[in-house]
Design a protein around this ligand. Structure first.
Ligand code: SAH
Length: 370
């Protein structure tokens, strides 16, 4: 088996066994390491006391456990926290913890949701989003995705029980690594979060939606729709030229035919662009045809972009139309707006922030309890 260059948390069980077999280690060593990493949650090899010193030293020298360096974190008034991590190649990625939030699907719960990034930057250039402003840099590998979960759990001391792929990047453009990360996050020997608590969000990559439908796990799918006609959607999402609504919906029907989970449409309300009652009617008919739910997100301001959020009254009127058409629709209360951790506010870290590279989290800033 060819073993990918990755941190340990980017390997599945068989790959870790193969890596250890190269050194003549028995396969139960892999389970010991997985147990330390995912169950006992130790942060370094020296804590893995049932491995002999030679093996520990070898691993220490050659394989990072998570490979992420915590550069900074910011807390928000509403308890949302944004973490800034440095990757092994010096690039940055952000991850957002949304504790005890009303769930993505509306009901109240004790969910602790982690919003993970799947790419550095984004290539899809949605006109309202900060993440694509500086373009696309690269895909994250599976380890860099899994590591976001492990590191945030370690820093916050909170157990995450819900993950949304709604940070920076387009997860379906990085399907291979995202699926591998999902496998590790879901596995009994790994983080162990149930597939129903994992949501992949896409700007609408129709062929990849089909591929996602063809794999076995019952993960959830969210589609960033934001326009219920090609005319409106095209104005704000260039991807719609490649995969117009008809093609997108065809792929979603296929997805529905393969999965039990309901699809969620995310729909940002942008003043004067997509917030009229006629748009709500169109959206309702799209949602009904796919038995989808709608999650309305009042637009979050992005510096340098011209878009505005409609009044609360307009937001509620829009939601009212959907509901009167029989479509389940939640209106999301914003989270993390004050620290630019809200949807669409994650952006590539500018040069000036590179100045802080190498500064690890100051002692005492680790949070206590959750
Ligand atoms: N590329 C994927 C994953 C990113 S998810 C996708 O598009 O689904 C990030 C979510 O935040 C998407 O629904 C996106 O459309 C939304 N978003 C982007 N900019 C926003 C903004 N300024 N205000 C509110 N939501 C925004």
């Amino acid at each position: 088996m060819e073993i990918p260059q990755s941190s340990i948390c980017g390997l599945d069980r068989a790959e870790l066994q193969a890596l250890l077999a190269e050194r003549g280690e028995p396969s139960f060593r892999a389970d010991q390491i997985l147990d330390w990493l995912y169950k006992k949650r130790v942060g370094n090899y020296s804590a893995m006391t049932n491995l002999d010193r030679g093996l520990r030293a070898h691993l220490e020298e050659n394989h990072a456990l998570t490979g992420l360096e915590t550069v900074d974190w910011e807390g928000s008034g509403d308890e949302t926290r944004k973490y800034l991590f440095r990757l092994r190649d010096g690039r940055f990625v952000e991850t957002v913890l949304i504790p005890a939030s009303p769930s993505f699907y509306g009901e109240r719960s004790d969910r602790r949701t982690l919003c993970v990034s799947s790419q550095v930057g984004c290539a899809y250039d949605c006109k309202f989003c900060a993440s694509g402003l500086a373009g696309f840099t690269r895909n994250l590998d599976a380890g860099e995705i899994v590591a976001q979960v492990l590191e945030v759990e370690r820093l916050s001391k909170a157990r995450i029980n819900n993950i949304v792929f709604m940070g920076m990047g387009e997860p379906l453009a990085n399907l291979k690594h995202v699926l591998k990360a999902i496998g590790i996050i879901n596995a009994d020997w790994g983080i162990g979060i149930g597939a129903r608590h994992l949501t992949v969000s896409t700007s609408g990559l129709a062929p990849q939606i089909r591929k996602l439908a063809d794999q076995a796990l019952q993960i959830r799918l969210a589609v960033s729709l934001h326009g219920a006609s090609d005319e409106v959607r095209e104005r704000i999402m260039p991807i719609n030229r490649k995969y117009p609504l008809e093609i997108l919906f065809e792929s979603l029907r296929y997805y529905r035919s393969k999965k039990k989970q309901h699809i969620t449409f995310e729909y940002i309300l942008i003043e004067g662009v997509n917030d009229a009652p006629e748009e709500a009617k169109l959206l309702a008919s799209c949602a009904r045809s796919l038995s989808a739910k709608v999650n309305l997100i009042p637009y979050n301001l992005v510096e340098g972009l011209p878009w505005r959020r409609p009044s609360r009254e307009t937001q509620e009127r829009f939601q009212g139309v959907l509901r009167s058409e029989g479509v389940p629709a939640t209106l999301r209360r914003e989270k993390g707006h004050d620290i630019e951790a809200a949807c669409g506010q994650l952006r590539l870290i500018e040069e000036e922030k590179r100045g802080v590279v190498g500064v690890s989290l100051p002692a005492g800033r680790e949070e206590s309890g959750a």
